[in-house]
Write a protein that binds this ligand. Sequence first.
Ligand code: 5RP
Length: 252
Amino acid sequence: MDWGMKNRLSQLIKEDGKCLFLPIDHGYFQGPTTKLEKPGETIKPTRGVLRACVNTENSLPIILRVSGGTSMVGKDLANEGLTTSIKEAIRLNASAVGISVFVGSDYEHQTRMNLSNLVNEAEEYGIPVMAVTAVGKELEKRDARYLGLCCRIAAELGAKVVKTYWCENFDKVVNGCPVPVVIAGGPKFDTELEVLEFVHDGMKRGAIGVNLGRNIWQNPCPVGMIKAIRAIIHENVSAKEANKIYESEKKK
Ligand code: 5RP
């Protein structure tokens, strides 16, 4: 792997091989998502935590979403194209670019070609591509057989990291995917413990980290959620221990 590519990946994946990504890209198809109406304000409290936890010599690396063109009120969320050039990603100093593929949808071929074309260009400049195995509104699709298929395909097309949903038997998804897998959260769960449990299970079954949005920044105490999840990822604590970290942060 070329130096630039390795260097960018090392900005995202820490020395222990683990990572915690905080996505705030939902507006690109959901509009002003709850608690993400003003993205700059949403990330303020979590920035503080990241400042406390991330080496100050490095600024926060960015994964720039470069697919889109659809909306919640449109006909089909899967009908995505590439929205941003690699030139623009470089100008914005992105550490990686993110793109969705909708396997099994009417736009499977189109979105897989989006990924292939993006990888062709991004590889030229040493930019890692993170593929998202998107399901649109069909959340019930999320099982190990389907997600395993999607992740493997995304990796075969050249993604350096794949972001997918957690599911039962998550090890089947990870084991069939030759590149690192990170877990997306989906809509907000009722309790913090449920989130911490699936993150813990996913990590135990081979994920390298999370890419969790709504279950962090829609929580009344996002800082507590980040600290709790970070402890599972980087300190290997149990879900219950992580929940205690959340509770103590919430009391402050
Ligand atoms: C939207 C995305 C999100 O970044 C991804 O779904 C993770 O966020 P959340 O945990 O809120 O689902 O890719 O297309």
